[in-house]
Design a protein around this ligand. Structure first.
Ligand code: IPE
Ligand code: IPE
Ligand code: MG
Length: 256
């Protein structure tokens, strides 16, 4: 069923981040090789990206390949890198039609030259889009991001651009891979795993978490809607008390 943003109430996440997990298990459960799950996962990426853009999500971050994933068998890694390359080329019309801006975050310099070149080309082609920002986390690890940030920050201190006394919580944000994107409101993980696996550890400090039981290839629009409904029913207190929150505005149907 086609849902509109208003169907999810007033609390709608501006930034959704997804740990796309369970491709291999899903493929195995169908009697196929693991990599077929990655291939099918691309269809979920397209479905979820276009649905998020349609609903007016501002930023969508997809965890596509972690720094730890380089440890996987060579054949699987090379399949994933080829898949990334073809995804970046094949999905350009979808990105153009939906006014989506794509960027990569992570240790992108570790990607094979051909995949990195297609990523840079897609970033360039979509740079002028002012609709949803799609962030692909590639060779991404939160600890690496924080180490990279700490190094850059230390260099600025050594260069006299920043005094240690001026380092506050928010200072670190300026040194992250994409400082202009707000923290995720909602982090979704598929395949039932209850962990962050080195994803956005700093940025997800106050994100709402949602774990879906199915593998990523089975996560489509209805499953996204269920996550949005769950998010809509949460109360975010950020360490305060419910009484500190601004009073809810009466809905038009109340008081009639
Ligand atoms: C997620 O699916 C995709 C990547 C991590 C690249 P997996 O490949 O982790 O699938 P499972 O979790 O082993 O089933
Ligand atoms: C997390 O999934 C990384 C991505 C989805 C890209 P993994 O399958 O690599 O994580 P673990 O090993 O189950 O923690
Ligand atoms: Mg996995």
């Amino acid at each position: 069923m086609c849902k509109e943003r208003s169907d999810f109430g007033d609390d709608f996440p501006e930034h959704i981040a997804i740990i796309m997990d369970g491709n291999g298990r899903w493929a195995k459960s169908q009697g196929w090789k693991r990599v077929r799950g990655h291939q099918e996962g691309v269809n979920s990426v397209r479905a979820i990206t276009t649905e998020c853009a349609r609903l007016g999500v501002k930023s969508l971050t997809l965890y596509a390949f972690s720094v730890e994933n380089w440890k996987r068998p060579k054949a699987e890694v090379s399949f994933l890198m080829k898949l990334l390359r073809s995804f970046l080329v094949d999905e350009r019309p979808t990105l153009m039609e939906n006014n989506i801006r794509l960027i990569g975050i992570g240790r992108l310099e570790d990607l094979p030259d051909e995949s990195l070149a297609e990523l840079r080309e897609t970033e360039l082609m979509t740079a002028g889009h002012d609709g949803m920002k799609l962030r692909l986390a590639l060779s991404y690890g939160s600890r690496s991001e924080l180490a990279d940030a700490a190094r850059a920050l230390a260099e600025d201190v050594v260069a006299g651009k920043l005094a240690p006394k001026d380092i506050h919580d928010e200072t670190l944000r300026d040194y992250l891979y994409d400082p202009t994107t707000a923290d995720p409101d909602l982090v979704i993980r598929t395949a039932g795993e209850m962990r962050l696996s080195n994803f956005l550890l700093w940025q997800a400090s106050y994100s709402e978490l949602y774990v879906a039981p199915m593998g990523w290839p089975e996560f489509r629009e209805p499953e996204l809607h269920a996550a949005l409904e769950s998010y809509g029913g949460r109360t975010r207190k950020y360490g305060g008390l419910v009484s500190d929150l601004p009073p809810e505005q009466p809905s038009p149907s109340q008081g009639r």
